[in-house]
Design a binder for this molecule. Structure first.
Ligand SMILES: [Zn+2]
Length: 452
């Protein structure tokens, strides 16, 4: 990492720390000013926003149109605020020089696009320092302060795609603060375990599904590491997975909520009550399918985010397909940021079924999490196909009956639908991972869905 980036990051991290002492009023005043500035810049420099928000330049945020990934990508060159940026050139750059900065100063990140086309997100040097600082903030809340005198040994088990944000962030932070062992979550488990035993990380960062699998490995004594902190992100962390991870490593688990589109969105503080939204960096609207706000205590259908710090590629009411639940109340730490106590994944994870009354009904992932949490499995995945539900279950004893699992799922669905689809349990050795190394708990294969 070059010295300019180091200085920028330290300065930005210091600034962000000050925000944590604000009152709610101070935070809201700051948000209003930051949003006004962002919108003024977008209207001055983005032909897309001039058109998209025409006649609404002074309208409240919640009256502005929602920006989808599709609209953003279709209008990329007009949406960004630097006229020398061209999507076609970025794609070309991506193929020829993925490790260098585009036009010499833009950091490029892309969503996986495992299905559908990837979203591309640019940050200039100042904005990139904020991206890094947003990740550093989650680390600090877990008790790991940036410390030039001590290089931390971090093991990251995730995607090793050069355009994936975790990879880009990881390589910029590689020195001087951290020395990173980067493993692909798609590698065979045995190899991952061997390398972790060898490396003995102080910090373990993994997708929730992988952290859970590693906790089982530790419990069964194949893995023997003692991380000070375990971070999970990118996937749903069920209560059962949390209990298991904490049972083997102690109360050192910190869940994060981040997205390539925005960098860090929320993180858990030392009280482990819930995740605090990074509201000084991002405005978060938790809404239903018709973009109406949902109150705390209720899961929304999507999240609309406005990134207050990205002037290169302004995102104003950009739609993320995540279903989250805000929590009421405040945390003992005194930080002014609102709390999220439930993240149940992307809307694509919500399966819909035909109920007994002939209506289609969405079954929230939570319904499945609650049932599966009570079953001692190594890993599981529920796939909806035209012929019913297929449940992949690993960790069943050979010959162990699957009827109890079948009946538990069936009765949970009957309670919701007054009917249950066909359910088949498939004992497997391991859950297949996606190209990125994720193992989603719930998937639909009913029809091709465009999603990341
Ligand atoms: Zn707190």
């Amino acid at each position: 990492m070059n010295i300019e980036t180091v200085i920028r990051l330290l300065g930005t991290a210091r600034q962000l720390r000050r925000h944590e002492h604000w009152t709610r009023d101070q935070l809201e005043t700051y948000q209003n000013e930051a949003l006004t500035k962002l919108r003024a810049s977008a209207y001055a420099h983005s032909p897309f926003y001039r058109e998209f928000h025409r006649g609404m330049y002074h309208a409240p945020l919640n009256e502005l149109p929602v920006l989808t990934k599709r609209t953003m990508m279709d209008n990329f060159d007009e949406l960004v605020t630097d006229r020398s940026i061209h999507l076609a050139d970025i794609r070309e750059h991506r193929n020829t020089a993925p490790d260098s900065r585009y036009l010499g100063h833009y950091w490029v990140n892309a969503t996986s696009g495992s299905t559908g086309s990837p979203g591309i997100f640019l940050y200039d040097g100042r904005e990139w320092a904020i991206v890094l600082a947003s990740f550093a903030r989650s680390y600090e809340w877990a008790g790991l302060r940036l410390n030039l005198a001590h290089r931390r040994k971090i093991a990251v088990i995730s995607s090793t795609t050069p355009w994936h944000m975790s990879y880009v962030v990881g390589t910029t932070l590689q020195s001087p603060w951290v020395s990173t062992l980067r493993l692909a979550a798609t590698e065979p488990l045995e190899r991952i375990v061997d390398q972790l035993n060898e490396w003995q990380p102080e910090v373990l960062v993994a997708y929730a599904s992988m952290a859970r699998v590693l906790a089982v490995e530790q419990m069964e004594r194949r893995l023997e590491v003692s991380p000070k902190v375990v971070f999970t992100s990118s996937e749903v962390l069920t209560d059962e997975a949390r209990r298991l991870i904490e049972a083997v490593w102690g109360k050192r688990l910190f869940n994060q909520y981040a997205a390539t589109e925005t960098a860090g969105i929320a993180a858990e503080c030392e009280h482990h009550v819930a995740l605090h939204l990074f509201e000084d960096l991002i405005l978060v609207e938790n809404v239903d399918e018709h973009n109406r706000p949902v109150p705390p205590g209720v899961y929304g259908d999507k999240v609309l985010i406005t990134t207050l710090f990205n002037y290169t590629q302004p995102l104003i009411r950009y739609e993320l397909g995540d279903s989250i639940r805000l929590a009421e109340g405040i945390c003992a730490c005194g930080r002014p940021f609102a709390l999220v106590d439930g993240i149940q994944g992307r809307v694509e994870d919500t399966l819909t079924f035909l109920a007994a009354d002939g209506q289609t009904k969405a079954i929230h992932p939570n319904v499945f999490h609650q049932v599966m949490d009570t079953v001692p499995l190594r890993e599981w995945q529920i796939i909806q196909r035209d012929d019913g539900l297929h449940v992949l279950a690993s960790g069943l004893e050979p010959g162990e009956p699957t009827s109890a699992l079948h009946d538990a799922i069936s009765s949970a669905l009957t309670e919701q639908l007054n009917a249950a689809p066909a359910i088949r349990i498939h004992p497997v050795d391991a859950i297949p991972r996606t190209a990125n190394g994720k193992a989603p708990l719930i998937r639909s294969e009913l029809h091709a869905q465009a999603a990341d």
